[in-house]
Design a protein around this ligand. Structure first.
Ligand code: FA5
Ligand code: MG
Length: 502
């Protein structure tokens, strides 16, 4: 059993966004009844989320590490941690690596550096991505057969796309609107970074922000590892410590982040975050008569409420106390959208240890990390997170630079097609691994993977039945196509997940 996340509603802020239909499927959000109770102002001391649904501790068996996680958008909540053996493999990997690549021997540490180190001729010879000033060959990131690598082709294909840097894309439009808010309110004090490489060290992603050695977010089940020391960042907090060490006191970092996760309309394995950090010096809080932490927490909430008003005008939102390893106290902001509360950001007062390590013994700071897709879904009425990756002109043409409030008009309503798959699981089975297999076959044609039945028989064998919803955001799928996908999924599930189909 993994840990609890004791989150308590602390504050409510007015007005409702009406007239939306439900689309958020996060099973861990509170029931509408609880939400309504909270809105009526009843004192609340409930854990906001249930303990994770199937957080069984899996032994690290032979060369496998597996952790069963529930559908949750926040890797960093859990106080509770499970033992890990990081240098072991997951049961499936990615596409074949080509030994002929001139860069296949490029070490991950050199990938992480800002490199101009590749010979120009060699760089020209291969199809290289340039990400954050680093040239990357596929073989550097995707290595089938390497037990320390779990990056699939589908994830590699997203590297370097940097949707947040396209001014006509909803994410770029939103990023620019947030920049406007900070520029306007802090007279340009915040330095902006939106081209830092998503390939970071385990140290940057976890150690530098005090994520404990045995924290669930470090597992191969949750994070994409390039090798045992290098990951695709799973949050923009990976850059906090470096930037503080470089002397920045006010900064915003926007970037693509990567997580192995479940499949539904608000979760995607690649999404975008914006990190904000503000450091205060003693004169700033001394004058207020408040202690440093209270001052920073007050300023943080004020800044983010102001941002929400800047983006949404009047919107119903609330603060929820939570836990992150890198902040204390920690909060999440939720926005009421389409009849549900949706978590849009995490934040808090930076742990003193992080500041101390950057040579700031006498300062206090706040930090936040917001999910750009989640905010953009509310702002533009975008019902499915897959749409952000659409290149269909009927989607892309609806958005243009600086147009924040435009509501997306769905151009199609294709019916979903549901297919069930049942199997006896083994004790190394995890839902994230299943989702990765399904995405590997069906790509963005899969809309949702949902556990619909779960039982254990007298012999102690556990059966799961998952319902896979296939639906394209762009076209009708034929029966033949779906049947073919489903057969391929069944085959891959059987071959890669060590389960017995029923
Ligand atoms: C973090 O990632 C923390 N680094 C945020 C933070 C920064 C806290 C600085 C304190 C100080 P979390 O895992 O909750 O926290 O993710 C932050 C936001 O990213 C979420 O609120 C949500 O809006 C978004 N998000 C998380 N997972 C997904 C996903 N799979 N798909 C889309 N958006 C997601
Ligand atoms: Mg969260």
């Amino acid at each position: 059993m993994v840990g609890f996340c004791c989150e308590v509603l602390t504050q409510l802020v007015f007005l409702n966004v009406a007239g939306h239909t439900e689309w958020l499927h996060d099973a861990l959000l509170p029931s509408p009844i609880l939400v309504r109770k909270q809105l009526t102002g009843e004192p609340l001391s409930l854990p906001r989320r249930k303990p994770l649904a199937s957080g069984t501790l899996m032994a690290a068996v032979a060369s496998l590490v597996h952790f069963s996680l529930c559908r949750h958008s926040s890797l960093f909540h859990y106080h509770h941690l499970r033992a890990l053996a990081l240098s072991v493999a997951i049961p499936f990997s990615s596409s074949a690596a080509s030994a002929s690549s001139p860069f296949s021997t490029l070490s991950s540490s050199s990938l992480r550096q800002k490199s101009k180190r590749l010979p120009a001729a060699a760089a020209a010879a291969a199809a290289l991505l340039e990400v954050g000033g680093v040239k990357i060959a596929k073989e550097d990131v995707v290595r089938e057969g390497d037990p320390t690598n779990n990056v699939p082709d589908t994830i590699f294909s997203k590297l370097g796309q940097q949707l947040h840097r396209r001014d006509n894309h909803p994410l770029g439009i939103l990023k620019n609107a947030i920049f406007d808010y900070f520029d306007g309110n802090y007279s340009g004090k915040f330095t902006k970074f939106d081209d830092l490489s998503p390939i970071v060290s385990v140290k940057e992603n976890f150690d530098d922000v005090l994520v404990p050695a045995d924290h669930v977010s470090r597992s191969y089940n949750d994070t994409y590892y390039i090798d045992a020391h290098t990951v695709l960042r799973c949050h923009t907090s990976a850059h906090q410590a470096n930037l503080l060490q470089k002397g920045h006191n006010h900064f915003l970092v926007t970037g693509d982040v990567y997580r192995r996760d479940s499949i539904d309309s608000t979760h995607y394995p690649v999404f975008h975050q914006m990190e904000g950090v503000r450091v205060f010096s003693p004169d700033e809080w001394l004058a207020s008569g408040m202690d440093a932490t209270s001052y920073a927490a007050m300023d943080l909430k004020k800044a983010l409420e102001g941002l929400a008003r800047h983006l949404f005008g009047a919107v119903e939102m609330r603060w929820v106390d939570t836990y992150f390893p890198f902040t204390n106290p920690s909060f999440e902001l939720e926005i009421y959208f389409q009849e549900k509360w949706m978590e849009v950001l995490g934040c808090g007062v930076t742990e003193q240890e992080i500041l101390k390590r950057s040579g700031r013994m006498d300062n206090v700071a706040w930090a936040f990390g917001l999910g750009l897709e989640r905010l953009a879904m509310v702002l533009f009425d975008i019902p499915d997170i897959r749409l952000f990756w659409s290149t269909d002109e009927r989607f892309t043409s609806q958005f243009s630079e600086g147009q924040l409030g435009v509501k997306f008009k769905p151009f199609s309503k294709f019916p979903p097609c549901y297919k069930d798959i049942s199997f006896w699981i083994s004790d190394i089975f995890t839902e994230n691994n299943l989702c990765e297999v399904v995405r590997g076959i069906a790509g963005d044609l899969v809309e949702e993977v949902q556990l619909i039945d779960n039982f254990t028989n007298k012999k102690g064998m556990t059966s799961h039945c998952y319902r896979i919803a296939y639906r394209s955001t762009e076209r009708s799928l034929t029966d033949e196509e779906i049947n073919h996908l489903q057969w391929s999924v069944r085959e891959a599930v059987q071959n890669k997940l060590n389960v017995v189909l029923r």
